[in-house]
Ligand binder design. Structure first.
Ligand code: NDP
Length: 293
């Protein structure tokens, strides 16, 4: 192996470690006589990718000692009925976290559904009240993918303080919340998008590049400053059916100091952070301090 090859930030192994910590905290919570964390996923329609994500979340949560339920609804469910399901879960004391699997089928208004979610149970951290909480730096759930990006860096002793973080992508799901979370850790943040001029040049100035775009291999090896950390959030299906990220992994790993692979990078971290959020919701809902368990 070439000496200059980047250190691989193994999301699968790191997520496993996060999940083991969560499982130990769940055991401590249950030992106090409290209920185990309850996570309900609302799955509308038959989108094959969503089915796979939900199955993976279900397995990981069950292994960590959660009670997991999936509410399956047909693609033509009326908006009012879907919103009523969410209201019912808000009122159910056995349910501590609710995840509405996105995207919803055409004809359904995802914003109106998410708006209904009790912010304490919004373990995806995407409802307007959650957005206000993380923007204002108040307690509340942080979105799972950005939280997973921060966690994988911290667990590899790559602190963000003082680092120039360049985020490619400005979605509400990844780019924008990550910018806020990185700023809160005293990084200097640049957020890029489809209208950014000289994207390659901006990336070359980064100590940490996060690619969250949805364009296969957009970030080239010569966009990476030697020694920089590269987090690849992208999940794209290549023509050969294989998953490929937003970074040209082979070329970038010749230059970077550390890099996440696809698959096995940020994807598993996202699920681990969902469990962490749900555990915290369960502890708080039952009057326990999650940090003390
Ligand atoms: P969106 O489509 O919502 O946002 C994509 C962003 O990339 C936009 O801000 C867009 O700019 C920008 N963009 C598009 N093309 C270019 C370009 N050529 N140059 C620079 N910027 C560009 O995507 P998401 O944030 O939801 O997801 C991004 C990727 O991450 C996808 O591959 C998705 O599958 C993956 N993902 C992975 C997760 C995981 O768990 N690992 C979780 C969530 C997403 P503009 O705003 O100007 O349109």
């Amino acid at each position: 192996m070439n000496d200059t090859q980047a250190r691989i930030l193994d999301g699968k192994a790191t997520a496993k470690a996060v999940r083991a910590d969560v499982a130990a905290s769940v055991a401590a919570l249950v030992a106090t006589g409290a209920k185990p964390p309850g996570l309900t996923v609302v799955l509308v329609g038959e989108d094959p990718a969503s089915q796979v994500y939900v199955r993976n979340k279900d397995r990981a949560a069950t292994e960590a000692g959660f009670v997991v339920d999936t509410v399956r609804l047909p693609a033509d469910v009326p908006q009012a009925e879907l919103e009523a399901v969410v209201e019912g879960l808000n009122a159910n004391d056995d349910v501590h976290g609710v995840l509405v699997q996105l995207p919803l089928p055409k004809g359904l208004d995802a914003d109106r559904v998410i708006d209904r979610l009790d912010p304490d149970k919004d373990v995806d951290g995407l409802s307007p009240r959650s957005v206000a909480n993380w923007t204002l730096g108040r307690p509340g759930h942080r979105p799972c993918t950005p939280a997973g990006c921060i966690e994988i860096l911290e667990r590899h002793d790559l602190p963000l303080e003082g680092q120039h973080v360049v985020i490619v992508g400005r979605s509400m799901l990844v780019g924008k919340p990550l910018a806020t979370l990185a700023l809160a850790r005293n990084a200097t943040v640049t957020v890029c998008h489809s209208r950014t001029r000289d994207l390659a040049g901006v990336c070359r100035a980064a100590d940490v590049i996060v690619a969250a775009v949805g364009v296969p291999k957009l970030v080239k090896g010569d966009w990476v400053k030697p020694g920089a950390a590269v987090l690849d959030v992208g999940i794209n299906r290549g023509e050969d059916g294989k998953l490929v990220g937003d970074v040209d992994f082979a070329a970038a790993s010749e230059v970077a100091g550390a890099i996440t692979p696809v698959p096995g990078g940020i994807g598993p971290m996202t699920i681990a952070m969902l469990l962490s959020n749900t555990f915290q919701a369960a502890a708080r809902a039952q009057g326990q301090d999650p940090d003390a368990l």
